[in-house]
Design a protein around this ligand. Structure first.
Ligand SMILES: C[S@@+](CC[C@H](N)C(=O)[O-])C[C@H]1O[C@@H](n2cnc3c(N)ncnc32)[C@H](O)[C@@H]1O
Length: 303
């Protein structure tokens, strides 16, 4: 599953409703999280440049159109505009609210003339997008019922020699030592297990859900793409964390509590609630031992 979603069932007023996550409610947190992960995305973008530009005789001019599929608030769309300075970047998402954030961000960064937005919902709605030299899609395709078909649909928009980069999998982020002096040691592994169970249910409930082996390089190969590459990128922020990093960890634990808290036993539920509480002295906003170790995996294939 995605390394920063721990979705789960529930019926509250939070950013989800059963299997459905309301990404618009999560907009500010998504933007803060992506900003915190910028060093990781910068490494990924440098690698994509190596694969695309540095090997292309045409140099930068070889990449003049980039699609960011499921861009959310457009943090990576803007990063890609910097990494590929000759390119138009199109931020594509099913949420008009998040695309508005992407639009505002691009304007703030002086990229308004090169980053534009396009409202579309996968698996349909791609027809009007046109072709691209690079298609980036991070932590989105697992929200589509037929992931294999979605990869094939995206591959169909690559220009000859173009690259599809799909970020899925990676590792569940780590925030806390094994024993935090609160509740039963090993909480994070149990949170991961609860999140994985939710994830399976979320996928099964998606329209057109296909029960498939989640082999991303195989999906890329099936789509007719060649020269498969996979690399993982690390964000390693040791304790003590900065205020923005603490806020991200707090956002993530609060989301977990909302989404899969009811899968935990009472002791773990209480511990998670205290950790996520910004006013609790043992919460992640205040405690000294919180760190952030996160890895995202990028799978690529070439047309
Ligand atoms: C976890 S966020 C990832 C955002 C961004 N790619 C990132 O890595 O920070 C998932 C994004 O996918 C979008 N999304 C989810 N399902 C979608 C679909 N079927 N079609 C288009 N966008 C979708 C959501 O609106 C949200 O912006």
């Amino acid at each position: 599953m995605s390394n920063d979603e721990r979705p789960g069932p529930g019926h509250g007023q939070g950013p989800h409703n059963g299997a459905h996550i309301d990404f618009e409610v999560l907009g500010p947190a998504l933007e803060r999280g992506a900003e915190l992960h910028l060093p990781l995305y910068e490494q990924a973008a440098a690698w994509l440049r190596e694969l695309l530009v540095d090997t292309a005789a045409a140099g930068d001019q070889g990449v003049d159109r980039v699609l960011d599929i499921g861009s959310g608030p457009g943090v990576v769309s803007c990063l890609l505009a910097h990494a590929f300075p000759a390119a138009e970047v199109v931020a594509v998402d099913a949420s008009a609210v998040l695309l508005e954030r992407a639009h505002a961000r691009a304007a703030r960064l002086g990229l308004g003339d090169r980053v534009r937005t396009h409202l579309a919902e996968l698996p349909d709605g791609l027809d009007a997008l046109g072709g691209a030299d690079l298609i980036w899609s991070a932590r989105v395709l697992h929200h589509v019922g037929d992931q294999r078909a979605a990869v094939a649909a995206l591959a169909g928009h690559l220009r000859p020699g173009g690259l599809l980069a799909v970020t899925e999998g990676g590792l569940a982020a780590r925030f806390l030592p094994r024993d935090i002096g609160l509740g039963r040691p090993g909480l994070q592994s149990r949170l991961d297990a609860a999140g994985e169970e939710w994830f399976t249910g979320m996928r099964a409930a998606l329209p057109g859900a296909v029960d498939d082996i989640e082999d991303w390089p195989a999906f890329l190969a099936d789509a007719g793409l060649r020269t498969p590459r996979t690399r993982s990128f690390l964000l390693d922020l040791p304790a003590p964390l900065s205020a923005p990093a603490r806020a991200y960890v707090q956002d993530t634990l609060a989301l977990g509590l909302d989404l899969y808290g009811d899968r935990l036993d009472e002791d773990d539920h209480t511990t998670l609630a205290r950790l996520a509480d910004p006013d609790d002295a043992v919460g992640v906003v205040r405690r000294p031992d919180v760190f952030l170790l996160s890895a995202q995996t990028v799978h690529t294939g070439r047309a």
